[in-house]
Design a protein around this ligand. Structure first.
Ligand SMILES: NC(=O)C1=CN([C@@H]2O[C@H](COP(=O)(O)OP(=O)(O)OC[C@H]3O[C@@H](n4cnc5c(N)ncnc54)[C@H](O)[C@@H]3O)[C@@H](O)[C@H]2O)C=CC1
Ligand SMILES: O=C(CO)COP(=O)(O)O
Length: 343
């Protein structure tokens, strides 16, 4: 059944997901902050800064009016950077409108509060607007979704009905949507893989090869699983789409902003320059801080994240961080799961 859908956030991911919704016959209103961008979307049917060489469907309209966008929707998707989620929800609760559920597609952990995105939304008062939050995550580069290339994602919510409704809203021939009841795991998988993608990019920027890349991906997934399960996630989720699936997509793709940022750091560029030149969000930077803070709080070892943290925030030379990682105490590969096994 065709619905009116509002999408908050007209960056690469908000626009690509709006295209999926429009392809499914929904009437989509995309909220963007800049007049020129709204004019471009409505008149030229492009959003060139974020999705070059892509033509947008005609049933996708944009507006700069937050109120108009919210009024339009029977369903609501928020796709802004994690750092913008709090203020976006705060604006939303000022408007007298409720939704059966609200979907978010952001992948980050808020530094300092150390909240997952759905927890940030709750903290900002989303319960005044809805009783249901759905998280959409998985291996899905906007550039490929916008070209209607085969993509799979997962949606997760506290209640099956909300996840199912989101699945029905988005699923189509190019965009296959699964449900998963482990929202904690889905959110941690999608967020923490960005940290590991930065580390892989950095290693490749230093000139390291496939062996190092595989090592960081595999041991990085061990860190994600160790921290995530300690905080309530189900281990199996990390071998699914929002875990291993997204780790592969992000660590091995030229599309990934996190991988590219890491690569530039490895080539010796300063963080500020890298972020400025990217012009799009690189969630892994703030999430590296958050992941390290979470690990410190919980007493969990995350050596790759810690090494990356020191390079990004403590001016450690990447080469010496790598030497430190390789020189750590000898371990059993399975020690997280079989703590009594020793070398
Ligand atoms: N691009 C992709 O392929 C994918 C991105 N994501 C996630 O989606 C989220 C959004 O990322 P992208 O769209 O890729 O980022 P982007 O950098 O392409 O676009 C971000 C958008 O958010 C807007 N924005 C920034 N600050 C804002 C604020 N304070 N209030 C309102 N809007 C604000 C920007 O104007 C821009 O339109 C991130 O958490 C990202 O990890 C998830 C899956 C795929
Ligand atoms: O989450 C993504 C793909 O699933 C996008 O990753 P980047 O933010 O690194 O581009």
């Amino acid at each position: 059944m065709s619905q009116n859908v509002t999408v908050l956030g007209a960056g690469s991911w908000g626009t690509a997901l709006a295209m999926v919704l429009a392809d499914n016959g929904h009437r989509v209103k995309l909220w963007a902050r800049r007049n020129e961008q709204v004019d471009e979307i409505n008149h030229k049917h492009t959003n060139n800064k974020y999705l070059p060489s892509v033509t947008l469907p005609k049933n996708l309209e944009a507006t700069t009016s937050f109120e108009e966008a919210i009024e339009h929707g029977d369903a609501l998707l928020i796709s802004v950077p994690t750092s913008a989620m709090r203020e976006t929800v705060a604006s939303l609760v000022n408007i007298n409108k409720s939704f059966p559920y609200v979907i978010h597609a952001s992948k980050g952990i808020e530094p300092d509060s150390l909240l997952r995105v759905s927890e940030v939304m709750l903290d900002a008062g989303i319960d005044q607007v809805t009783n249901g939050i759905v998280c959409l995550s998985g291996p899905s580069h906007a550039e490929e979704v916008a070209k209607r290339q085969p993509t799979t994602v997962t949606v997760s919510s506290e209640t099956y009905d909300d996840a199912k409704a989101a699945q029905d809203l988005f699923n189509n021939q190019h965009f296959r949507v699964y449900t998963n009841e482990d929202m904690v795991g889905v959110e941690f998988g999608g967020s923490l893989k960005n940290v590991i993608a930065l580390a892989v990019g950095l290693a490749e920027g230093l000139g390291f090869g496939d062996n190092a890349k595989s090592a960081i991906m595999t041991r990085g997934l061990a860190e994600i699983t160790r921290l995530g399960t300690h905080l309530g996630a189900k281990p199996l989720t990390f071998s699914g789409l929002s875990g291993l699936g997204d780790l592969i997509a992000t660590c091995t793709s030229k599309h990934s902003r996190n991988w590219r940022a890491g690569y530039q750091l490895g080539r010796g560029k300063a963080l500020e320059t890298v972020l400025h030149e990217m012009g799009m969000v690189v969630e892994g930077v703030k999430t590296t801080r958050a992941m390290q803070q979470l690990a410190d709080r919980e007493g969990i070892e995350v050596p790759i994240t810690s090494a990356l943290y020191d390079v990004v925030f403590n001016h450690q030379q990447p080469e010496s961080a790598s030497e430190q990682l390789m020189g750590r105490l000898k371990k059993n590969e399975q020690e997280d799961f079989y703590p009594n096994v020793t070398d």
